[in-house]
Ligand binder design. Structure first.
Ligand SMILES: *Cc1c(COP(=O)(O)O)cnc(C)c1O
Length: 436
């Protein structure tokens, strides 16, 4: 089976995500046959460097022997069992380990499969908590401008991406979006910290008036991913937490994209030294192997549901909650973090790639080159309406899998990327920029 064949069959039977299917009349799907490390191989034998970790989920490369072995072992014991009335070693161990690792040792892990489902759970839990704790008027959520939290109806309500949201507006709950601390919007000469302090003041002004009907603020700590890798100063989080605490509003940290080392610390909240009321994790949680997400919360929230009456419980479930294979992949992923001192090793890698990408910082076609941890992004100045597709195609020609967000090009490579591969990435991207 070659690329063209499989692409044609796929177009007949698979409805691809976030895609205008008609575009594939002219742009064939890339048919991936196998993956190894940072490389994806297509059916025609071409290879592509996965610079975006397959939508940010893959941490240690494709087909990692250690995770593969763990999964094979788990397969021979238990693939899945429902989690109501039953439990199993992988889900208990994973919960224990996550609790030890998360800011403030959050716990009471509630599992689901996708990021959006974790967001739904956090929103429902927050709302329900206030219902049960004598604040029934706290029913609203607030979020940040250009925030992204997933695309199911509840998650889409708190998301601020017009193209995903407009059509469905009548189905969504109204959500106020607070000004984003995205430093690109600062006045000339204003520091990231000052801009964060300015914007967080607007959050305080809002909550001073509206706290009685606000249940929670949800945000992506340090990097707003889906709307173009907007980066901001940790002081925003520190102050937001203080303000939320003062006004009795939950803080939901959506670390679905930034968790597990992407911003340079295991969790982004660590850089602001805060403990959120809810922490949503997914994407890298299982090393990118299997769909798995989790919400961790505080004893205070857990205890508000702990009661003789069933009706006071959190009556929410998904069929694959706590899937044993996915949990085992997550355990193997955590092992790799420990065994290889990954957070520290990533610092050296980030330094190396930054050095290689230096020419981008002064490149005439590049604006706002930025890096945090293992995330790089920059805007490309051009007039191509179809820029993202153009760059995708040019990337493939240079053995790179690139998927710009509008005119924002970003890299979020697997952590196992080596110097030679970083050289390839930097050199090829410079060639592509010169060619467009
Ligand atoms: C990807 C993402 C989600 C949604 O996760 P899915 O698994 O795609 O449903 C939510 N929040 C953030 C910050 C994300 O990056």
């Amino acid at each position: 089976m070659n690329n063209k064949n499989l692409s044609a069959r796929s177009q007949q039977v698979v409805w691809h995500p976030c895609t205008q299917m008609k575009q594939h009349e002219t742009l064939p799907l890339v048919s991936i046959q196998r993956g190894q490390g940072v490389w994806l191989y297509d059916c025609d034998g071409n290879r592509y460097l996965d610079t975006i970790s397959s939508w940010w989920v893959n941490l240690f490369g494709h087909c990692h022997p250690y995770i593969n072995n763990a999964l094979n072992d788990q397969l021979s014991k238990l693939e899945h069992v429902m989690l109501a009335g039953l439990t199993h070693e992988p889900v208990v161990q994973l919960s224990e380990r996550l609790s030890k690792l998360t800011p403030g040792n959050l716990g009471h892990c509630f599992y689901a499969s996708d990021g959006a489902s974790a967001v739904e759970i956090a929103l429902k839990m927050s709302f329900h908590y206030w219902q049960q704790c004598g604040h029934p008027s706290k029913t609203d959520f607030i979020s940040l401008q250009n925030g992204y939290h997933g695309e199911t109806l509840g998650a889409l309500s708190v998301t601020d991406v017009a193209i995903f949201k407009q059509t469905y507006a009548p189905l969504l709950r109204h959500t106020e979006h607070m000004p984003s601390p995205d430093w690109r919007n600062a006045a000339a000469g204003q520091s990231a910290e000052d801009y964060a302090l300015d914007t967080v003041q607007k959050l305080e002004n809002y909550l001073a008036i509206h706290h009685t009907h606000t249940a929670a603020l949800i945000l992506e700590p340090l990097v707003q991913g889906a709307t173009g890798m907007a980066m901001y100063h940790p002081i925003y989080l520190t102050r937001a937490k203080e303000i939320c605490h003062h006004y009795q509003v939950h803080l939901i940290a959506d670390e679905i994209a930034v968790g597990f080392g992407r911003t340079g610390t295991l969790f982004a909240c660590e850089q602001a030294d805060i403990t959120p009321d809810f922490l949503c994790l997914s994407k890298g949680l299982s090393g990118g192997y299997l769909p798995l997400s989790v919400v961790l919360t505080t004893p205070a929230v857990f205890e508000a549901f702990y009661h003789d009456k069933t009706s006071r419980a959190f009556l929410h479930s998904h069929s694959h909650t706590g899937n044993a294979l996915a949990c085992r992949a997550a355990l193997a992923t955590l092992d790799l973090f420990e065994q290889n001192n990954v957070i520290e090793a990533n610092r050296a890698k980030a330094n190396y790639l930054n050095e290689r990408l230096l020419p981008l910082q002064t490149h005439p076609k590049v604006k706002h080159f930025r890096n945090r941890g293992m995330i790089w992004a920059f805007e490309v100045i051009n007039s191509d309406d179809n820029f993202a597709n153009t760059l995708f195609k040019l990337g493939l020609e240079k053995q790179l899998l690139l998927r710009p967000l509008g005119n924002t090009v970003y890299f979020m490579p697997p952590y196992i990327i080596n110097e030679e591969e970083m050289d390839w990435l930097a050199t090829s991207v410079l060639h592509i920029l010169d060619a467009i």
